[in-house]
Design a protein around this ligand. Sequence first.
Ligand SMILES: *Cc1c(COP(=O)(O)O)cnc(C)c1O
Length: 360
Amino acid sequence: MSRVYNFSAGPSMLPEEVLKKAAAEMLDYEGSGQSVMEMSHRSKVYDSIIKGAESLLRELMNIPDNYKVLFLQGGASTQFAAIPLNFMNGSNKADFIITGQWAKKAFSEAKKYGDVKAVASSEDEVYTYIPKTTKADFRSDADYVYICMNNTIYGTVYKELPDTGDTPLIADISSCFLSEPLDVTKFGMVYGGAQKNVAPAGLTIAIIREDLLGNARDITPTMLNYQIHADNDSLYNTPPCYTIYICKLVLEWIKNLGGLEKMKELNEAKAKMLYDFLDNSKLFKGTVKKEDRSLMNVPFVTGNEELDAKFVKEATAAGLVNLKGHRTVGGMRASIYNAMPIDGVKALVEFMEKFEKENG
Ligand SMILES: *Cc1c(COP(=O)(O)O)cnc(C)c1O
């Protein structure tokens, strides 16, 4: 068996230990005589999996008791509609910061439900930076302010949150979930698709401040009403059972490593190795403004499309896969989520050095 280093933006690498444990438990989960894929979501044995995942997440992220944790389906994209339906319920206004395609999609979807305003945008420079805002930029009567915390496609991240005063801040954290500690109390809601850093595709986790729940619009589809899922402990209908199980294994893996502080340290070491190389390379160049660089997604270019294509092709042959940049930006992108071992980044940097010598 030979495994590649997979730099995919998502679905992406899972820790090898997790995959091995899942394989070992495939036919008979803890003496139940069944695979987790086969068991009733209402069984006692499954209840310990979903409850276990929630309590581990609460512990690792230090989630206060006045926040609900919901295990949902439909991907992050479904929340683009669910969020306005649930929370655009006072002035019917919401303010957005447009830092890339995902924020823009959320904005366009919310526009169907009320008065949305793009308060700031970095579209003018292909989203290579996080626009600065002050409290005065936001409408004081907005129901919420929406951001995309880590911009998967462009490789930017918020290092300092916008000051929204008393207006709840809602953040899409799909591509930085569990990558470092996050102060949940600064948000009305954070949520993300699991397939970047938490589990396989099929699970979306939402963490919501309780007092914001219960005011969804009447037309809200039952399945998009967060209150319904909160009242039913994410078991209103069949949840993505197996994905939640893998999520639990990933959370155990993070806990055993030393939690989110340790995760951050490891992620910083990996990102530094790659950014240091890019900053000193004569061939490769990072595309993001230094102070806004993501720890998770690292886009870079040679400045020559043909050379970019050659790089991606040769890297793939060397077992470094999925390095092609997003179709809307070109170039390369290395996604180095939690499960990417430091040896994978080392291998990438060594390969880039060699490529530079041969083609620089
Ligand atoms: C991948 C991604 C999405 C889309 O997630 P789906 O689960 O495919 O809907 C949204 N936001 C961010 C930041 C992402 O990285």
